[in-house]
Design a protein around this ligand. Structure first.
Ligand code: AMP
Ligand code: GLY
Length: 453
């Protein structure tokens, strides 16, 4: 799909064109890895992994025009889980990392493990922390993990009555994966009623039948992304980060998958960090194990942080954030493969991660009409070369006849390091100046919360 783009590694279609490497996996010089996904998060993961000393190759399935072009990275045009497992087996892939939630919720980790293949991610059962808001809320209540009060409904009439009784502001969420878009923060009761009708009546939300809505207490505070690696028992926290979910400057307009992010998030003070680990992350990891569904993989807690440094869980994601991963990977100084290997072996307690003390900030460039159905096929011009302190991570891009075209809602994430938030922000926006595609939209205020502190 993205294979025609010139200048990168030779494309692989199916499993035929790369000669099998016998016995690969033990020595790094011949080690091959596989990253599943095609977004900016996966580009950042592959970019970081490709820097591992002595590593032979990072495959990305299906990848994008950015991963096609990255040194040491090669796209594989596969998406079917069985075909991916066949590929990993045939290529002697030492370790697979899954980017997006959909294959995790579909059980790709169960499948790989059943075939004796190493993979980092949660099982289908554990991924319910993200794939079912109803599961996640019940889990949190059962284990005393702080979160908004809620009720869950399949019946529209009961949902409407609950909203009448609770009043506004109130939050209405579709149960099931909805890429951050199945949530309405209703400022009026009328808005909440409309959201219930649209979610219980609209079978397209999240690309699947919506059976339930979850209605939640509105939480006040500042949001941050708290992402950790989990090996079933031990936890390794990654650097903190903050996302910008709304399409427009000043956090206005509809929710998106994320329009920009930076790391670290100053709102995550040492006290907030300690409380999050103590009150949310560790009880979650212990609770999942106690419930017989040990959690392995990246775990992302979306936090709402109160003025008093109290923390509540807005949501769990069973994966890394996008675009949070892009600045986080720019700051990671440790060998990512080493961390992943320890995680898969259940030995995360033996490693620590070290971080560039600088700030990294990424600005998402989105396609025309995003977060609605995006227009695709626009030619992207003026992409700057990567440097030591900036990198353009691709998401919805594809190569065709030597050109790079838009192929999704979020197209690029221009990410830069700086000594402070202002410098990182300036570098990222300076790198955007030359980039152009028709309909390109981006926020001008990424980093505003950190700046106003
Ligand atoms: P979610 O998909 O659950 O993360 O929700 C998407 C966004 O909606 C969050 O990032 C918040 O900005 C907002 N949101 C979700 N739940 C609440 C809540 N209970 N109170 C306030 N805002 C919320
Ligand atoms: N950026 C938010 C997410 O990855 O869910």
């Amino acid at each position: 799909m993205v294979s025609e783009f010139g200048g990168g590694d030779a494309p692989v279609s199916g499993v035929h064109r790369v000669p099998r490497k016998k016995g690969a996996g033990n020595e790094r010089g011949i080690m091959r890895l596989l990253v599943i996904g095609s977004g900016g998060r996966e580009h950042a993961l592959a970019w970081r992994l490709a820097k591992t000393p002595g590593l032979q190759k990072v495959f990305v399935a299906p990848g994008n025009a950015g991963t096609a072009h990255e040194h040491g990275v090669e796209n594989v045009d596969l998406a079917d889980p069985q075909a991916l497992a066949d590929f990993a087996e045939q290529q002697g892939v030492a370790l697979t990392v899954v980017g997006p939630e959909a294959p995790l919720a579909g059980g790709i980790v169960n499948l790989f493990r059943a075939r004796g293949l190493k993979i980092f991610g949660p099982t289908r059962e554990a991924a319910q922390l993200e794939s079912s808001k109803d599961f996640a809320k019940r889990f949190m209540v059962r284990h005393g993990i702080p979160t908004a009060r809620f009720a869950s409904f399949a019946d529209g009439r009961a949902a409407h009555a609950y909203v009448e009784q609770q009043g506004a502001p109130i939050v209405v969420k579709a149960d099931g994966l909805a890429a951050g878009k199945g949530v309405v923060v209703a400022l009026s009761v009328a808005e909440a009623h409309a959201a219930i009708d649209s979610m219980l009546g609209d079978k397209r939300v999240g690309g699947q039948e919506t059976a339930r809505v979850v209605i939640e207490e509105y939480l006040e505070g500042e949001e941050a992304s708290f992402i950790v690696m989990v090996d079933g028992k031990n936890v390794l926290a990654l650097a903190s980060s903050q996302d910008h979910k709304r399409i427009g400057d000043g956090d206005r307009g509809p929710n998106t998958g994320g329009m920009g992010a930076y790391s670290p998030a100053p709102v995550v003070t040492p006290e907030v960090h300690a409380r999050t680990m103590r009150e949310i992350i560790l009880p979650t990891v212990r609770g999942m194990a106690a419930d017989g569904i040990p959690y392995t993989g990246f775990l992302y807690a979306g936090l709402m942080i109160g003025k008093d440094a109290s923390v509540k869980t807005v949501e769990f994601n069973c994966r890394l954030g996008d675009p949070e991963t892009q600045p986080i990977m720019m700051r990671l100084k440790s060998d990512l493969l080493n961390l992943l290997e320890h995680a898969v072996a259940g030995r995360l307690d033996e490693v620590e991660a070290s971080w560039d003390r600088r700030v990294a900030l990424g600005v998402v460039l989105a396609a025309a009409n995003y977060p609605g159905q995006p227009r695709t096929g626009d030619v992207i011009l003026g992409l700057p070369p990567g440097s030591d302190d900036s990198h353009v991570f691709h998401a919805g891009t594809t190569g065709k006849d030597g050109r790079i075209l838009t192929s999704g809602g979020r197209v690029l994430c221009v990410t830069a390091l700086g000594d402070n938030i202002r410098q990182a922000q300036k570098r990222a926006y300076d790198a955007i100046v030359g980039i152009h595609f028709d309909g390109m939209q981006y926020r001008r205020d990424i980093g505003h919360r950190a700046l106003s502190r």
